[in-house]
Ligand binder design. Structure first.
Ligand code: SF4
Length: 160
């Protein structure tokens, strides 16, 4: 994987005493410490090279050297390219402050009418103010990913 050509965006969120680095396109979540977030952000989001990363992290006091950064990035790259084997022990042991991903259903429109369907009706659309309130809550809580019904969601968003 060429990280310079294939732009990989990483979102970072503080969670108790550690941080989550969420590789959006890859849907990989990696718990790291504070320095780890700085290295990941500099490399993946800002496209810094090793020298620039070391310089940016050591600007206040010397914390890392080039080999530390290189080893760390090597392990992170290995981690995000390995096949997913399911589960992160750290998540299993601790209560998260907020969900990682949320599915936002803004309407009940569907023309399939499956026999097992649990919906009471098929014509409800979530009021725009409620969508706005929910999005604000999700934003404030640093939810990494929101899945939604694209067509209806775009129509609602146009109103904002
Ligand atoms: S279960 Fe309900 S909402 Fe889902 S596809 Fe069937 S009718 Fe549509």
């Amino acid at each position: 994987m060429n990280y310079r050509e294939q732009k990989i965006i990483v979102k970072i969120r503080k969670e108790h005493n550690y941080y989550f680095a969420y590789f959006i396109e890859l849907r990989r979540l990696i718990p790291v410490n504070y320095i780890g977030t700085k290295i990941i952000d500099a490399f993946f989001n800002k496209n810094y090279n090793l020298d620039e990363i070391v310089k940016s992290i050591n600007s206040k006091r010397k914390t890392v050297n080039k080999k530390d950064v290189s080893d760390f990035l090597h392990n992170i790259k290995k981690e995000i390219t390995l096949p997913y084997e399911g589960g992160y022990p750290i998540i299993g042991k601790e209560q998260l402050d907020a969900p990682i991903a949320v599915e936002l259903q803004t309407n009940t429109t569907c023309n399939l009418r499956c026999k097992h369907c649990c919906q009471a009706g098929y014509n409800k659309i979530m009021p725009i103010n409620r969508v706005k309130d929910i999005l604000e809550i999700l934003y404030k809580n640093n939810i990494f990913e929101i899945n939604y019904d694209e067509k209806n969601f775009r129509n609602l968003i146009k109103i904002f």
